[in-house]
Design a protein around this ligand. Structure first.
Ligand code: URA
Length: 246
Protein backbone atom coordinates (compact mmCIF):
# COMPACT_ATOMS: atom_id res chain seq x y z
CA UNK A 1 0.00 0.00 0.00
CA UNK A 2 1.21 3.48 -0.78
CA UNK A 3 -0.09 6.97 -0.48
CA UNK A 4 -2.39 8.02 -3.26
CA UNK A 5 -0.29 11.06 -4.22
CA UNK A 6 2.68 8.75 -4.71
CA UNK A 7 0.71 6.38 -6.93
CA UNK A 8 -0.52 9.32 -9.00
CA UNK A 9 3.00 10.61 -9.49
CA UNK A 10 4.26 7.12 -10.32
CA UNK A 11 1.52 6.84 -12.93
CA UNK A 12 2.86 10.00 -14.49
CA UNK A 13 -0.46 11.79 -14.08
CA UNK A 14 1.03 14.65 -12.04
CA UNK A 15 3.99 15.42 -9.84
CA UNK A 16 3.58 14.40 -6.21
CA UNK A 17 3.03 18.02 -5.14
CA UNK A 18 0.42 18.59 -7.82
CA UNK A 19 -1.27 15.33 -6.79
CA UNK A 20 -1.47 16.59 -3.22
CA UNK A 21 -3.10 19.78 -4.40
CA UNK A 22 -5.56 17.77 -6.52
CA UNK A 23 -6.49 15.63 -3.50
CA UNK A 24 -7.05 18.67 -1.29
CA UNK A 25 -9.16 20.22 -4.04
CA UNK A 26 -11.42 17.16 -4.05
CA UNK A 27 -10.55 16.11 -7.62
CA UNK A 28 -9.36 12.60 -6.77
CA UNK A 29 -11.47 9.49 -6.15
CA UNK A 30 -10.47 6.07 -4.84
CA UNK A 31 -12.78 3.32 -6.10
CA UNK A 32 -15.38 5.96 -6.80
CA UNK A 33 -15.21 7.70 -3.43
CA UNK A 34 -13.72 11.20 -3.12
CA UNK A 35 -10.44 11.43 -1.19
CA UNK A 36 -9.62 14.77 0.40
CA UNK A 37 -6.91 13.81 2.89
CA UNK A 38 -3.25 13.22 2.10
CA UNK A 39 -2.69 10.13 4.27
CA UNK A 40 -4.99 7.73 2.40
CA UNK A 41 -3.27 4.64 0.95
CA UNK A 42 -4.07 2.38 -1.97
CA UNK A 43 -2.35 -0.12 -4.28
CA UNK A 44 -2.24 -1.03 -7.95
CA UNK A 45 -5.49 -3.06 -7.67
CA UNK A 46 -7.47 0.05 -6.69
CA UNK A 47 -9.01 2.45 -9.14
CA UNK A 48 -7.77 6.00 -8.73
CA UNK A 49 -9.35 8.71 -10.85
CA UNK A 50 -8.64 12.40 -11.36
CA UNK A 51 -11.62 14.49 -12.42
CA UNK A 52 -13.43 11.23 -13.10
CA UNK A 53 -10.72 9.84 -15.40
CA UNK A 54 -8.98 6.67 -14.19
CA UNK A 55 -5.19 6.78 -14.17
CA UNK A 56 -2.94 3.96 -15.28
CA UNK A 57 -0.61 3.17 -12.40
CA UNK A 58 1.54 0.87 -14.51
CA UNK A 59 2.16 3.32 -17.36
CA UNK A 60 5.54 2.89 -19.05
CA UNK A 61 8.21 5.25 -17.80
CA UNK A 62 9.85 7.64 -20.24
CA UNK A 63 13.03 9.67 -19.76
CA UNK A 64 14.16 12.56 -21.97
CA UNK A 65 17.12 14.89 -22.12
CA UNK A 66 16.23 18.31 -23.51
CA UNK A 67 18.51 21.14 -24.61
CA UNK A 68 16.29 23.97 -23.41
CA UNK A 69 16.53 27.28 -25.25
CA UNK A 70 15.97 30.60 -23.49
CA UNK A 71 12.37 31.78 -23.34
CA UNK A 72 10.71 28.63 -22.03
CA UNK A 73 9.30 28.02 -18.57
CA UNK A 74 10.36 24.85 -16.73
CA UNK A 75 6.79 23.86 -15.97
CA UNK A 76 4.11 21.78 -17.64
CA UNK A 77 1.47 24.48 -17.98
CA UNK A 78 1.42 28.23 -17.62
CA UNK A 79 -1.69 30.16 -16.62
CA UNK A 80 -0.55 33.09 -18.74
CA UNK A 81 -0.06 30.98 -21.86
CA UNK A 82 3.71 31.32 -22.06
CA UNK A 83 5.73 28.58 -23.75
CA UNK A 84 6.84 25.74 -21.48
CA UNK A 85 9.55 23.11 -21.92
CA UNK A 86 6.88 20.46 -22.55
CA UNK A 87 5.98 22.32 -25.77
CA UNK A 88 9.41 21.27 -27.06
CA UNK A 89 8.49 17.56 -26.94
CA UNK A 90 5.23 17.56 -28.94
CA UNK A 91 5.46 13.89 -29.95
CA UNK A 92 5.52 12.65 -26.35
CA UNK A 93 2.03 11.66 -25.23
CA UNK A 94 2.79 10.73 -21.61
CA UNK A 95 2.38 13.35 -18.90
CA UNK A 96 6.05 14.22 -18.41
CA UNK A 97 7.42 16.96 -16.21
CA UNK A 98 10.86 18.52 -15.72
CA UNK A 99 13.26 17.26 -13.07
CA UNK A 100 14.04 20.54 -11.36
CA UNK A 101 14.07 23.91 -12.99
CA UNK A 102 16.04 26.16 -15.28
CA UNK A 103 15.14 29.85 -15.26
CA UNK A 104 13.21 31.28 -18.19
CA UNK A 105 16.45 32.86 -19.45
CA UNK A 106 18.72 29.90 -18.73
CA UNK A 107 19.41 27.36 -21.45
CA UNK A 108 20.79 23.86 -21.49
CA UNK A 109 20.32 20.43 -20.05
CA UNK A 110 16.99 19.56 -18.51
CA UNK A 111 15.64 16.06 -17.87
CA UNK A 112 11.95 15.31 -18.19
CA UNK A 113 10.16 12.16 -17.08
CA UNK A 114 6.92 10.65 -15.86
CA UNK A 115 8.84 8.69 -13.22
CA UNK A 116 7.96 10.45 -9.99
CA UNK A 117 10.24 8.23 -7.89
CA UNK A 118 13.30 9.07 -9.95
CA UNK A 119 12.39 12.73 -10.00
CA UNK A 120 12.05 12.92 -6.22
CA UNK A 121 15.29 11.00 -5.75
CA UNK A 122 17.31 13.21 -8.08
CA UNK A 123 15.99 16.38 -6.50
CA UNK A 124 16.69 15.31 -2.94
CA UNK A 125 19.69 17.29 -1.60
CA UNK A 126 20.99 14.15 0.13
CA UNK A 127 22.24 12.75 -3.19
CA UNK A 128 24.28 15.83 -4.10
CA UNK A 129 23.71 15.53 -7.84
CA UNK A 130 26.30 17.51 -9.80
CA UNK A 131 25.00 20.31 -11.99
CA UNK A 132 27.55 21.97 -14.25
CA UNK A 133 26.96 25.48 -15.63
CA UNK A 134 28.76 27.80 -18.01
CA UNK A 135 28.20 31.37 -16.94
CA UNK A 136 29.12 34.39 -19.03
CA UNK A 137 29.38 37.34 -16.69
CA UNK A 138 30.15 41.04 -16.96
CA UNK A 139 33.69 42.05 -16.03
CA UNK A 140 36.83 40.17 -15.10
CA UNK A 141 36.34 37.60 -12.36
CA UNK A 142 39.30 37.92 -10.02
CA UNK A 143 41.10 35.05 -8.24
CA UNK A 144 39.77 36.10 -4.81
CA UNK A 145 36.21 36.09 -6.19
CA UNK A 146 36.72 32.61 -7.63
CA UNK A 147 37.88 31.58 -4.18
CA UNK A 148 34.70 32.91 -2.55
CA UNK A 149 32.54 31.14 -5.17
CA UNK A 150 34.44 27.93 -4.43
CA UNK A 151 34.34 28.01 -0.66
CA UNK A 152 30.81 29.36 -0.15
CA UNK A 153 28.89 32.53 -0.88
CA UNK A 154 26.74 34.14 1.76
CA UNK A 155 23.28 34.45 0.19
CA UNK A 156 20.10 35.58 1.91
CA UNK A 157 19.05 31.93 2.27
CA UNK A 158 22.41 30.91 3.77
CA UNK A 159 25.94 29.97 2.79
CA UNK A 160 26.29 27.97 -0.43
CA UNK A 161 28.01 24.59 -0.34
CA UNK A 162 31.53 24.32 -1.79
CA UNK A 163 31.58 24.48 -5.59
CA UNK A 164 34.11 23.64 -8.31
CA UNK A 165 34.84 26.85 -10.21
CA UNK A 166 37.12 27.53 -13.15
CA UNK A 167 37.72 30.67 -15.18
CA UNK A 168 37.54 29.47 -18.81
CA UNK A 169 37.96 32.70 -20.74
CA UNK A 170 38.24 36.46 -20.42
CA UNK A 171 37.43 38.76 -23.31
CA UNK A 172 39.35 41.93 -22.68
CA UNK A 173 37.77 43.94 -25.49
CA UNK A 174 34.17 43.22 -24.48
CA UNK A 175 35.05 42.79 -20.79
CA UNK A 176 33.28 39.57 -19.97
CA UNK A 177 34.40 36.32 -18.33
CA UNK A 178 33.30 32.77 -18.91
CA UNK A 179 33.25 30.61 -15.79
CA UNK A 180 32.49 26.93 -15.40
CA UNK A 181 30.82 26.22 -12.08
CA UNK A 182 29.70 22.90 -10.62
CA UNK A 183 27.19 22.93 -7.78
CA UNK A 184 25.01 20.27 -6.22
CA UNK A 185 22.43 22.41 -4.52
CA UNK A 186 19.36 23.55 -6.40
CA UNK A 187 18.30 26.83 -4.87
CA UNK A 188 16.26 29.32 -6.79
CA UNK A 189 18.44 31.32 -9.25
CA UNK A 190 21.45 30.09 -7.33
CA UNK A 191 24.20 30.62 -9.90
CA UNK A 192 22.96 34.09 -10.83
CA UNK A 193 22.79 35.05 -7.15
CA UNK A 194 26.24 33.62 -6.42
CA UNK A 195 27.82 35.75 -9.14
CA UNK A 196 25.81 38.82 -8.17
CA UNK A 197 27.05 38.41 -4.58
CA UNK A 198 30.67 38.68 -5.77
CA UNK A 199 29.87 41.63 -8.01
CA UNK A 200 29.40 40.05 -11.45
CA UNK A 201 26.01 40.07 -13.12
CA UNK A 202 25.32 37.02 -15.29
CA UNK A 203 24.84 37.82 -18.99
CA UNK A 204 24.06 34.27 -20.10
CA UNK A 205 23.75 30.95 -18.31
CA UNK A 206 23.80 27.45 -19.70
CA UNK A 207 23.62 24.10 -17.90
CA UNK A 208 26.02 21.75 -19.64
CA UNK A 209 25.95 18.78 -17.25
CA UNK A 210 23.56 17.04 -14.89
CA UNK A 211 24.22 13.82 -12.98
CA UNK A 212 26.98 12.83 -15.41
CA UNK A 213 24.89 13.52 -18.54
CA UNK A 214 25.92 16.12 -21.14
CA UNK A 215 24.39 17.91 -24.12
CA UNK A 216 26.55 16.07 -26.66
CA UNK A 217 24.58 15.38 -29.85
CA UNK A 218 21.52 17.37 -28.77
CA UNK A 219 21.32 20.80 -30.49
CA UNK A 220 19.48 23.66 -28.80
CA UNK A 221 15.70 23.10 -28.80
CA UNK A 222 16.11 19.35 -29.46
CA UNK A 223 15.81 16.34 -27.20
CA UNK A 224 16.60 12.64 -27.04
CA UNK A 225 15.34 9.71 -25.02
CA UNK A 226 17.80 8.40 -22.42
CA UNK A 227 19.28 4.95 -22.98
CA UNK A 228 18.50 2.01 -20.70
CA UNK A 229 22.01 2.26 -19.25
CA UNK A 230 21.67 5.98 -18.57
CA UNK A 231 18.37 5.44 -16.77
CA UNK A 232 19.88 2.62 -14.71
CA UNK A 233 22.75 4.87 -13.70
CA UNK A 234 20.40 7.70 -12.69
CA UNK A 235 18.39 5.28 -10.55
CA UNK A 236 21.58 4.12 -8.89
CA UNK A 237 22.58 7.72 -8.18
CA UNK A 238 19.13 8.65 -6.89
CA UNK A 239 18.96 5.82 -4.37
CA UNK A 240 16.59 2.91 -4.56
CA UNK A 241 13.46 3.61 -6.58
CA UNK A 242 10.35 3.34 -4.47
CA UNK A 243 12.03 4.69 -1.35
CA UNK A 244 10.27 7.53 0.48
CA UNK A 245 12.04 10.88 0.47
CA UNK A 246 9.62 12.89 2.55
N1 URA B 1 21.10 28.84 -11.31
C1 URA B 1 20.48 29.91 -11.82
O1 URA B 1 20.73 31.03 -11.41
N2 URA B 1 19.57 29.72 -12.79
C2 URA B 1 19.27 28.49 -13.29
O2 URA B 1 18.43 28.40 -14.19
C3 URA B 1 19.93 27.40 -12.75
C4 URA B 1 20.86 27.59 -11.76
Amino acid sequence: MERIQKLISRAGAASRREAERMILAGRVTLNGVAVTELGVQADAADEIAIDGVAININQAKRYFLLNKPKGYLSTVKDDRGRKTVVDLLPEVTEYIYPIGRLDYDTEGLLLLTNDGDLMNGLLHPRYEINKIYLAKVYGKVQPDQLKVLRSGVNLEDGLTAPAAVRLMDYNEQADWSKVKITIHEGRNRQVRRMFAAVGHEVMALKRIGFAGLTLTGVPRGNYRELTVDEVAKLKEIAGKPGKQYE
